[in-house]
Design a protein around this ligand. Structure first.
Ligand code: UTP
Length: 227
């Protein structure tokens, strides 16, 4: 089976904690004994801090995105180092595009990459990569525990959904992302790609690395998107 796993920067790195990154590497090692694994790492708090400072200098949003991409790749490099420390063969470079990632997978069971292009987040990268490599499952390990009917941070009536179709995901994400300052659990481009390629997707709380294993085992811990 081929898996693509998006790991949010804040859940992977936290406050740049060695044990935390190692714990994710150990989970990936377990998975790699049976599956081909592509990991896409996010930028987290550090990316947001850099972007905020760059904005104060008047940098364009695209320039800010490029800075964010650098941080996602930095996190990818850190995870590569952690995986390497467990003596698990991992592709040593961080691919900068989908073709490179696919080529890398012909020589390694584990490939780790970050962002690709401005105007999106690593959620979209993971969905596009999953479509490209024909992954069986897309896992989005993030800082929220699933997809809600509205933004739970601003709407007390928001309800967590355990199952939904890709069409319902698109509808919810579009509604949430239209509100200024709101935070969507999956970015709109990712939702559209999931709708297009109809991949089985799981969105769950990735704060605990073992949740990745639970999600793969089918233990219902977040939101399942089933076509
Ligand atoms: P993230 O994917 O971490 O974005 O990329 P995020 O929304 O902050 O993710 P969460 O909160 O961890 O889920 C960090 C930033 O890098 C840029 C964007 O500016 C994004 O906000 N980026 C990332 C891109 O421009 N393109 C990419 O392909 C990836």
């Amino acid at each position: 089976m081929t898996l693509v796993i998006s790991i949010g920067g804040s859940v992977l790195v936290g406050d740049l904690d060695h044990e935390r990154v190692l714990a994710y590497a150990k989970v990936i090692k377990k998975l790699a004994s049976q599956e081909k694994v592509f990991i896409v790492t996010g930028g987290g708090k550090v990316a947001r801090k850099y972007i905020n400072v760059a904005r104060r200098f008047g940098a364009s949003e695209v320039a800010c995105d490029f800075i964010g991409i650098e941080v996602t790749r930095l996190n990818a490099s850190l995870l590569v180092a952690a995986i390497g420390s467990l003596a698990l063969p991992v592709y040593p470079e961080v691919p900068t595009n989908y073709r490179e990632a696919e080529n890398a997978a012909s020589s390694s069971r584990v490939v780790v990459m970050g962002g690709v292009a401005p105007g999106q987040t690593t959620d979209a990268v993971s969905a596009i990569l999953a479509e490209y490599v024909r992954a069986e499952k897309l896992l989005i390990a993030t800082s929220v525990d699933g997809v809600y009917t509205a933004d739970p941070r601003t709407n007390p009536n928001a309800r967590k959904l355990s199952r939904l179709t890709p069409e319902e995901l698109v509808e919810i994400v579009m509604k949430i992302s239209m509100g200024a300052g709101t935070n969507s659990p999956v970015d709109p481009l990712a939702a559209k790609i999931i709708e297009r390629c109809r991949i089985h997707t799981l969105v769950f709380d990735g704060t605990h690395p073992e949740n990745i294993l639970s999600a793969i085992k089918g233990e219902h811990i977040g939101t399942e998107i089933i076509p």
